[in-house]
Design a protein around this ligand. Structure first.
Ligand SMILES: *[C@@H]1O[C@H](CO)[C@@H](O)[C@H](O)[C@H]1NC(C)=O
Ligand SMILES: *[C@@H]1O[C@H](CO)[C@@H](O)[C@H](O)[C@H]1NC(C)=O
Ligand SMILES: *[C@@H]1O[C@H](CO)[C@@H](O)[C@H](O)[C@H]1NC(C)=O
Ligand SMILES: *[C@@H]1O[C@H](CO)[C@@H](O)[C@H](O)[C@H]1NC(C)=O
Ligand SMILES: *[C@@H]1O[C@H](CO)[C@@H](O)[C@H](O)[C@H]1NC(C)=O
Ligand SMILES: *[C@@H]1O[C@H](CO)[C@@H](O)[C@H](O)[C@H]1NC(C)=O
Ligand SMILES: *[C@@H]1O[C@H](CO)[C@@H](O)[C@H](O)[C@H]1NC(C)=O
Ligand SMILES: *[C@@H]1O[C@H](CO)[C@@H](O)[C@H](O)[C@H]1NC(C)=O
Ligand SMILES: *[C@@H]1O[C@H](CO)[C@@H](O)[C@H](O)[C@H]1NC(C)=O
Length: 874
């Protein structure tokens, strides 16, 4: 099996190389003039991904005014020591000279890791970089940029048109305005690439096109819309990195993501060769959703923050893999509120299903009202009366085009107000450590050590405060936890026993002393116990003079506990998601192992299903299931490696004060199968009643085991009874078996929880039951992916809200339903009491009105990891 896949893969690659090499000279993916240089090193070395980085000195035309240096500390979020730990520092203008193929376009990637190098003050790094006649960076400060973007390192990617002279001069010049400024660089990549640019029409000026062929461009965003992160070494030969688009989605309308069925093959053509974008971009998409009424009411919108006074080239990638005929899905494209193209029909453009196409548009972004945003919006073309009122997008690239003076440089980004506040708090903290916090040291960095080989250019965290609400008194440290953990500024000095915490967590984990833990819990007073598990007891605690937390203290005698403790820190400290419980920190001292989490005011899902005075309404139940599904979907697909939870059950789904579901308890979780494996063999663990029978038989763990367990959770929610109830007659003890048999006999309706039976509409229950039954398929292969489960549940909820009747949908109501797609990124502001949370609708009241959206986070080229850790914090 495994070998087959390898052969197949290499065949695919091989034929691709042959094909491109033959098709035309300019499109061949040749690496004949590639330079991959680690600056300041004395000999070549490989990075963590096996890419070889050569020393840079022989390309310097005069090396007299540069010195080499090694960074004094290594941030844990660096993907690799090469090329970041070594730098070349320039105190006066210096030039690298490369001889390049004159007819080829080239990538120029510059890697910067701002750190303290010998006796240079890291805040004096102001410099410019030019490549031939183009200015790539000007008055650039890597340290300011990194701080504003909360990135340890920065990668800038440019693409230079053919250089006729065959000689590329890359010049670094320290700023003459700032005293004592210097320039530096850690890594330089210059790689020839096919000419991927062509004339693009200017939005709003139908007669004007802009021909980017001779221009220099800077990559601003490159998104695999509706899909996942694609590493540079997994790109289609052009070493680009593609990111998830969800951080850029605007407002409440999230659409739905989908993936091509296996039987649909992506067919490249001479118009769209494979190097334009990899298969993964075209085989995943975001569409508006199944409900035409909702779709007509909203625009599927992405917002990007860009530098003003530049022209941008936008490339929209399309590939239809669900529909096959003309006029099935026809939509309009708006860019900055202007119609870029109306009535786009991907099938009409491409000719058939599975054939990729792309469209390029150019637009000038001016500086009016300091609105330097780029809006991309899609809306169904109602006038064409298509079969489906829907829109689709598979990929999106945004490039900045050089201005008339050959400049590409923009200003340094400013930290967002919230970040500025967090930073100043952090500084205050490090200057005046509190007494109770004897160690007083916070470990880690924003991004855990997960990082893949990521192209990181920049992140802009752009927080758009709600205008009406400026009361920021109630700061929530947990929400901005990541900023406490910036090891770049707060160096970790962990002593003795705690030492491996720092390596374990990869960073994002605050360290607590045992004394603090005792204070927080009244010396582990029994009255504070809110839960007891295999690991030990869970206490309600108060830290930082008011923040409620849940404190899980292990039973010191438990050996197994230690392992689970490590797993939990290791995984959770790297994962941040609205639907995963957040780990705030840990304490490991004197044989104590204590984990500190966000406090979940409403306890476990189970408590609200049965044994409860006031069982949840059907809608609340569904919303919680959707939240939990989202959390699990993220575990399965959002991280670099699949993470299998292994213990999905109603007691591990917690609910916060706003009834937001959070998946918890990662003690048993496992990193899933890697590239050449289909499963992980392991000892069977989990909870009875939820255990996947296939996993039990084969002892092979896949993410489908979680899907099975989640199916049991869905039944528990529907039927309002535990997964196992030994007091019932034999055939009813196991809920999954019982429900499957009732479903076969057509009597499932009879076992629905009477508390909610009256509320559920028939279409919703059918969709819900069908989803649960699919999850419970005996064989993993027949079970849906968590993403599909999520989609089905959202659809079920829409059916509940809007059971397809002819009665018109009230605006507000309509919004509610598609808001389901938004929970992932909806951002809560720091203050808490602003939203009333007693009704299920209030759940989303913050985002019902897009104007009230408290924040948008915009990311330009973030390492994948940082997206996880930082942006999905919410
Ligand atoms: C490809 O390169 C070869 C040799 O450099 C040249 O003879 C040929 O004309 C080129 N073909 C095209 C299509 O440019
Ligand atoms: C590149 O720089 C070298 C020396 O600094 C200079 O001799 C050469 O003319 C430059 N080339 C171009 C194309 O500017
Ligand atoms: C490359 O893409 C394949 C196809 O989806 C994926 O399975 C694999 O994990 C990716 N590899 C890396 C290194 O990202
Ligand atoms: C692919 O398979 C699905 C069901 O598995 C089917 O509905 C669809 O028509 C197939 N598509 C093609 C292009 O064969
Ligand atoms: C853009 O250009 C206008 C007019 O030349 C100027 O006033 C403004 O400061 C520029 N904005 C930026 C961000 O450079
Ligand atoms: C586009 O329209 C939206 C909503 O009307 C507005 O908030 C936004 O500022 C506009 N964007 C641009 C670039 O004009
Ligand atoms: C979609 O965006 C366009 C352009 O900004 C705007 O004219 C239109 O009103 C929007 N439609 C909806 C439903 O928001
Ligand atoms: C980019 O630079 C080139 C060369 O300097 C110039 O010809 C071109 O007009 C510039 N592009 C724009 C959009 O001004
Ligand atoms: C250079 O950048 C710094 C920091 O962003 C800014 O304060 C300063 O005004 C800039 N200087 C110039 C000349 O643009």
């Amino acid at each position: 099996m495994i070998i087959d896949t390898h052969i197949l893969l290499s065949l695919v690659c091989f034929s691709f190389i042959i094909k491109t090499a033959h098709s035309s000279n300019s499109s061949s993916v040749s690496n004949s003039d590639s330079f991959v240089l680690a600056c300041g090193v004395s000999s070549a070395a490989n990075d963590a991904n096996g890419l070889n980085w050569a020393p840079d000195s022989k390309f310097l035309s005069s090396s007299g005014n540069s010195i080499t240096a090694t960074a004094q500390s290594q941030d844990p979020s660096l993907p690799s020591a090469i090329p970041y730990m070594n730098a070349r520092i320039f105190t006066s203008e210096s030039t690298y000279q490369f001889s390049v193929l004159p007819k080829m376009r080239h990538w120029v990637r510059l890697h910067f890791y701002p750190s303290s190098y010998s006796n240079f003050d890291s805040s004096n790094d102001f410099f410019s970089v030019t490549a031939g006649r183009f200015t790539l960076l000007n008055n650039f400060s890597a340290s300011i940029t990194a701080e504003a973007l909360t990135q340890a390192y920065i990668i800038k990617e440019f693409s230079l048109g053919p250089i006729q002279s065959g000689s590329l001069n890359l010049t670094f010049t320290p700023s003459s305005i700032h005293k004592g400024s210097y320039a530096f660089v850690n890594g330089i990549e210059i790689i020839s690439m096919p000419e991927i640019f062509e004339p693009a029409s200017m939005v709003g000026f139908s007669d004007q096109t802009i021909d980017a062929e001779n221009y220099a461009l800077q990559t601003m965003f490159r998104l695999n819309v509706g899909g996942q992160y694609i590493a540079a070494n997994n790109d289609s030969g052009v070493s680009r990195t593609w990111y998830d688009d969800s951080p850029y989605l605007y407002g409440a309308a999230y659409g739905v993501t989908s993936e091509a069925e296996r039987n649909v093959t992506i067919q490249y053509s001479s118009n769209v060769p494979r190097y334009i974008a990899p298969v993964n971009v075209y085989s995943t998409a975001r569409t508006m959703g199944p409900n035409p009424k909702l779709n007509l009411n909203y625009n599927l919108t992405w917002v990007f923050q860009v530098d003003a006074n530049f022209t941008y080239l936008l490339r929209l990638h399309f590939c239809e893999f669900q529909l096959w005929k003309d006029n099935q899905r026809v939509f309009d494209i708006f860019i900055n509120n202007q119609t870029a193209q109306s009535s786009v029909d991907v099938i009409a453009l491409a000719g058939s299903m599975g054939v990729p196409v792309y469209k390029d548009y150019a637009i000038y972004v001016s500086d009016e009202n300091s609105d330097d945003d780029l809006w991309v919006a899609l809306h169904p073309s109602a006038s064409m009366k298509p079969e489906y009122y829907d829109a689709i997008l598979n990929g999106l690239e945004i490039f900045k085009i050089n201005d008339t003076s050959g400049n590409l440089a923009g200003p340094n980004p400013m930290p967002s107000p919230l970040l500025q506040k967090a930073l100043s708090q952090q500084k205050a903290r490090s200057f005046a450590p509190s007494q109770s916090n004897k160690l007083g040291i916070i470990i880690g960095a924003i991004a855990g050590g997960l990082a893949g080989f990521a192209l990181v250019t920049a992140v802009i965290v752009f927080l758009n405060y709600r205008k009406c609400k400026t009361d920021g008194k109630k700061s929530s440290p947990a929400g901005w936890l990541s900023f406490y953990g910036r090891s770049r500024t707060t160096k970790s000095k962990i002593t003795g026993k705690s030492s491996h915490l720092s390596t374990l967590g990869g960073g994002l984990c605050r360290h607590f002393s045992f004394v603090e833990m005792k204070l927080a819990t009244d010396n582990f007073d029994e009255s504070r116990v809110i839960g007891v598990g295999g690991f030990g007891k869970v206490y309600k605690g108060i830290i930082d003079g008011g923040t409620k937390v849940a404190i899980k203290r292990s039973n010191p005698s438990s050996e197994q506990g230690f392992h689970e403790f490590q797993t939990e820190i290791d995984l959770l400290s790297k994962l941040r998601h609205r639907h995963l419980v957040s780990l705030i920190g840990a304490c490991e001292e004197e044989d104590e192992m204590i984990l500190v989490y966000d406090y979940m005011a409403n306890g476990t899902l189970r408590e609200h299903l049965y044994d409860s005075q006031k069982p949840l309404s059907w809608k609340q139940r569904m919303e919680i299931c959707i939240g939990a599904a989202r959390g699990l979907h993220y575990l399965h697909t959002g991280a670099k490696n699949t993470i299998i939870h292994r213990d999905v059950k109603t007691t591990n789904i917690l609910v916060d004060d706003k009834w937001v579901a959070k998946v918890s308890d990662f003690g048993l979780s496992r990193t899933g199968p890697s590239l050449n494996q289909t499963h992980v063999s392991t000892e069977v663990k989990g909870s009875f009643g939820y255990l996947d029978p296939e996993y039990f038989r084969m002892q092979q763990l896949t993410e489908k085991s979680d899907v099975y367990s989640f199916g049991v959770v869905l039944l528990e929610v529907l039927c309002g009874r535990p997964a196992l109830n030994p007091r019932l007659p034999k055939e009813q003890i196991n809920l999954a078996d019982w429900a499957l048999s009732c479903n076969r006999g057509g009597t499932l309706e009879e076992i629905i929880d009477p508390h909610v039976k009256g509320e559920i509409n028939a279409e919703c229950v059918n969709q819900f039951v069908e989803t649960a039954m699919q999850c419970l398929s005996d064989q993993g292969i027949n079970r849906p992916l968590m993403g599909t489960v999520l989609w089905n549940l959202e659809f079920a909820l829409q059916l509940q809200d809007n059971p397809d009747g002819p009665k018109p949908v009230a605006e507000q109501k309509a919004n509610d339903a598609y808001l389901m797609h938004t929970t992932l990124m909806s951002i809560e502001e720091e203050g808490e009491g602003t939203v009333e949370m007693d009704s299920s609708k209030a759940f989303f009241s913050q985002i019902v009105n897009p104007r009230a959206l408290p924040g948008i986070i915009i990311v330009l080229y973030v390492s994948f990891n940082t997206i996880l850790c930082l942006l999905r914090l919410y």
